[in-house]
Design a protein around this ligand. Structure first.
Ligand code: ATP
Length: 399
């Protein structure tokens, strides 16, 4: 059996492997990459801090295993040692000309930014947000569903009942970085964080979310809001949703207050499909979504520049997890699923489908569950298994 047939044929649940592509970011949602005959994709890897240093090399191994089976693409990797250790040496999380160094890459595979000895706002703004904002990766896409073999905490929720994509506005809103602090340490000290929403910013994320919803089978979008309490920017957000909805008459959409949406995610998960929310709201909701799908260690994300002016960046949604760092027990599945999003972004849809199939075969096997999933498997064991499921030896077995 050849190429893609192998994956479809071998996946324990090929229907669910197909579904996985619908829950990721694929195809016509933004302009596809053009595939040359033998394409060498240039990937920047930035492990960052904590378990990022374990899961990003694992993600690279999976891409390398995949490339050994392909006659149409290969990868050239360059690693960037930016993060907490770099900060200790140089006083910054990344060099001043760092963005220029990675600007011409086809994609970025990122781990995490966070260090117990450096304030969180310094690590976040100095690295991850610097890249997201510097490259105007304004659409943050977070697919969530319950993978085969994963025990999810909701009692009355079957795997098909939780199949969401959260679209997070990734360039402005509550994380615009606007604000200030005066009179520090004095009783009259004051501080502000101002949420900035622009018409251009809201229109483009709404259009992206409607287009994504339109490409999924249910054509269903929920717009998260808080316009009852926040009566300026969130009212504009609602008005723009209504305006953009008119461009997508085949998409069914509704509005939900962010507080009510947490209860709805738990009580009526099947009533949701594509979800769009502001930077802060989606940040919180997507951690809840990841927990409801079984573990933070599984969830992937893509920071996308839909116009492809700059490289997009793919990363697991978990942070540095210093409590398990260096123990070899980090779950690499969130990074592998991020690799699937990366491949889709490159236009390598068959390859993405094969990696997703291998991930699903791995999660279906309890012997390959890491500690966060109640198992004893190590990062290395899960990585080796997924590589073998992709590699030439696995393909020979399948044939
Ligand atoms: P940060 O401050 O960088 O966000 P954090 O440790 O506060 O990091 P997370 O890294 O998101 O937050 O992790 C929360 C907890 O979830 C961790 O303490 C860890 O036990 C668990 N966890 C997160 N990611 C994984 C993973 N990939 N594999 C196993 N456990 C994980």
């Amino acid at each position: 059996m050849e190429g893609n047939d192998w994956n479809t044929g071998c996946a324990p649940d090929s229907a669910s492997a197909d579904r996985s592509l619908q829950t990721s970011v694929v195809q016509s949602r933004y302009p596809p990459a053009t595939n040359a005959r033998m394409k060498a994709y240039r990937i920047a890897t930035i492990p960052g801090d904590g378990i990022g240093k374990e899961v990003v090399p694992a993600g690279r191994e999976v891409l390398e295993a995949l490339a050994t089976t392909s006659s149409t693409f290969s990868f050239e990797f360059e690693n960037f040692d930016w993060g907490g250790d770099y900060f200790r040496k140089h006083g910054a999380m990344m060099p001043a000309d760092g963005l220029a160094a990675i600007r011409d890459r086809d994609a970025i595979l990122f781990g995490s930014a966070g260090d117990p000895h450096i304030p969180d706002h310094v690590t976040l703004w100095g690295l991850r947000l610097k890249i997201c904002q510097g490259f105007d990766q304004y659409a943050n896409v977070r697919p969530t569903r319950i993978l085969p073999g994963i025990e999810a905490p909701l009692k009355r929720c079957g795997p098909g009942d939780l199949d969401w994509v959260i679209v997070r506005e990734n360039s402005e809103g509550e994380y615009a970085g606007v604000g200030g602090r005066v009179h520090q340490g004095h009783p009259i000290e004051a501080a502000t964080d101002v949420s900035i929403m622009t018409r251009a910013g809201v229109e483009r994320i709404m259009r992206f979310a409607f287009r994504l919803a339109q490409s999924r089978p249910r054509k269903l979008l929920t717009v998260i809001t808080k316009s009852n309490a926040q009566r300026h920017a969130m009212v504009m957000w609602d008005e723009i949703a209504l305006q953009i909805a008119k461009e997508f008459p085949d998409v069914t959409w509704d509005k939900e207050l962010v507080d009510a949406s947490t209860a709805r995610m738990i009580n009526r998960p099947a009533s949701l499909d594509t979800i769009v929310a502001t930077n802060l709201h989606a940040d919180i909701l997507s951690d809840l979504a990841a927990a409801l799908a079984g573990s933070l260690g599984i969830a992937p994300t893509g920071n996308i520049d839909p116009e492809r002016r700059f490289p997009s960046m793919f990363e697991p949604i978990h942070g540095s997890a210093f409590d398990i760092m260096g123990k070899g027990v980090a779950n690499p599945i969130g990074t592998f699923w991020s690799v699937v999003l990366l491949l889709e972004h490159l236009g390598e849809l068959d390859a993405a489908k094969r990696v997703m199939g291998a991930i699903e075969q791995a999660t279906a096997n309890p012997a390959l569950h890491t500690r966060d999933l109640g198992g004893n498997a190590t990062t290395a064991e899960v990585t080796k298994a997924v590589c073998e499921l992709l590699g030439p030896s696995a393909r020979r077995k399948a044939a």
